[in-house]
Design a protein around this ligand. Sequence first.
Ligand SMILES: [Zn+2]
Length: 849
Amino acid sequence: MSARGVLLKCDMNSSFDQPDPAIMSMSPRSPAILLNDFFSPEVAAAMIMIRHDSRTLLQVLEDQKLMEAMKQSRLALEGRASFAPLALDDADELGTAKEGEEDYKRRTIQGNESPAGHAGAGGGGGGGGVGPAGVLSGALSLSQEDIVGVLPNEISAPYEVPQFPIEQIEKKLQLQRQLNAKVMEQDRHSIAPEVHPDEQLPFDEHDFVAHFQRVSISGEDTSGVPLDDLERASTLLVKALELREKYMRNSHQAFPQTTARFLKSTHSSTITHQERKSIADHPVNPPQSTQSPWVVEIPEDLNYSIRPVHGVFEVFPTAESTEPLPYQYTRLPDFVQDMQMMCSMIADGPLKSFCYRRLSYLYSKFQLHVLLNELRELASQKAVPHRDFYNIRKVDTHIHAASCMNQKHLLRFIKKTLKNSADEVVTVTKGTPMTLAQVFQSMNLTTYDLTVDMLDVHADRNTFHRFDKFNAKYNPIGESRLREVFLKTDNYLNGKYFANIIKEVASDFEESKYQNAELRLSIYGKSPDEWYKLAKWAIDGNVYSDNIRWLIQIPRLYDIFKTNQLMSSFQQILDNVFKPLFEATNNPSKHPEIHTFLQYVIGFDSVDDESKPENPLFDGDVTPPADWTDVENPPYAYYIYYMYANMTVLNHFRAARGMNTFVLRPHCGEAGPVQHLVCGYLMAENISHGLLLRKVPVLQYLYYLAQIGIAMSPLSNNSLFLNYDRNPFPEYLARGLVVSLSTDDPLQFHYTKEPLMEEYSIAAQVWKLSSCDMCELARNSVLMSGFPHKMKQHWLGPNYTREGVAGNDITRTNVPDIRVAFRYESLLDELANIFKVNNEQKMQYASQQ
Ligand SMILES: [Zn+2]
């Protein structure tokens, strides 16, 4: 039940003697009056009836008489005509109704500035039984049962005027608000035991509530679809959210607390909050690491036995044992079933309409929010000393190491190396060693000839929809030999030049101080010693920076390896990618390099051309990896599933040993079938690109509800798959999806020394992003990144994991509380909208049985 219904009801039920938190969190309107002045008594009566016999508004409105009545009352309202059709009982109430009209207009147009309604943000459910729905602002979508259960039913007629004069109600509400503030204060103290009594600040409601103009929708059927459709949509969406929650929980990946609370998931979060600290207590800059990053404690060896079972590695206590340690992961048949369920769900007509409507609503709501609050947002940003867009932390959430420098930088680096190390042997061709000078001689080139044009690494018009041509751009001057010498970790010089150029990029990041990046390094799964070589490359070359973390990208190249007879089955890729990780977790002292390197690895990425033709769906009896000996490449879902399943067991194993765990963050939905996005929805903590979500409203809505991070790179898309002006990025941002801006490949797409700033800058120009939008994007990028919790606490504030405003520290993020409150309340609204119907349904079933 939504605002109008709730308001109406609580008014009818209100006995204000009892401080009910749900009531307290509502805005002080007098809704029954509103209802009566907006609709005729007949319609109002019908609306009340709806609550009783669960008829939908549409069904009721089919009644011609009511339609007529409604039209009349609308006309009356629009034309400022008399309220005669209302046929109120006496003149006194007519007066009240008019007052109510004024009241309504004032509040609806100006927005609701009631400070109540945001108590929940303060303490993560500290509101004492308010429940998730209770914290909604503007009384949107309150939990009906809470109110009904607590308050005596005072309805005597189908419709009713308030029992108390309006002034009295206002007075009582005022009292409630004061009580509410007291309760909040108590809560605040009860959850903040570590604050020294001397430091206790007087209670300030600004801590909890951003004063801004809220957009609230009132009325019975605010979802805009018939109740049946809403119920159905709600059931399906809740099911889908439960699925994702299960996959994330199993694999030690993050799931947002807010949504989890609605799902009533039982697992408790392990993150400890620190009570509000000032910048002096908790500086914005994390302490500089003093010792070498490569000095790491090595835990003792376990000598477990590790074997793949149906393509997934399992840990056995001994070599003889047949029973693996109980590290749960989703089995293939279950995954196939979930996948099929999700795929039929995203094709479901009524659900599509429902999600499309919700997304459109969210979009419009944001536009209104900006219209009403833009100046306030800006003012609160101006009020923060020192902080602005340039000195807030940003993370480039999607960038490949081999192309993290821009073309000019690479050119300069090549020229410099050619000048300083001309006689260094860099490669062996057909058994003969070649120096760098000889390599260039063989191409008839001197330092003087080299230009950016000649390098020819930049994407251009010819790469649009040609991923093959784009891939070829990774070869400077079209020579794969130069790529091997300069841009690979595993070559004759053991990636010396590559390490040097990455360190140059890293020092640029350190110089700019506020920019960070998650660079993708490749593990191909071609040979078992790739991990060892990569770890050695990083440690020997001392490729480390506080501003950089690694993601491991696994290209989907089985078909090429198979064609070149480098391997026999798909299982071999899995062996080469995952066995070294299990071994290093099992016996770290035997693999100290890998163990050490893994401290700075966040997770896995899956890369390649998504638009390659494939059969996106497979069934439960698909060929297992050990028997996949075909030349044909397995589909995307197959790759992702086996990465996910192996990573899940690995994470259990590592978590049990107190080591860091990994996340899955694949390229997903850049092109190709939309089923890739279903894989991402089920198994990935967050994804890169997500362009195709624009075609699948159901998934897009689910990505919103589950707050799945999407690293978007509009400039990359512009060169490869989608023109800049058609990019869905601004819509995603408006709707509240967790999007961030990233560069993908500065070597191919960017011109300046600060490619991430270039990305922000162009987006801001083209889409007219406000300073608040930009800061929100930067905050999103830190939130979705894999940088350590401790660092994020310095960057975003010690309490950044809290929900809503309590998690925001404008002195660090430069994001106004207003924006954070708007996002949080909107999410709560959506979730409450879905879960309310779902819970009602459950209760109905329960009562029938
Ligand atoms: Zn990429």
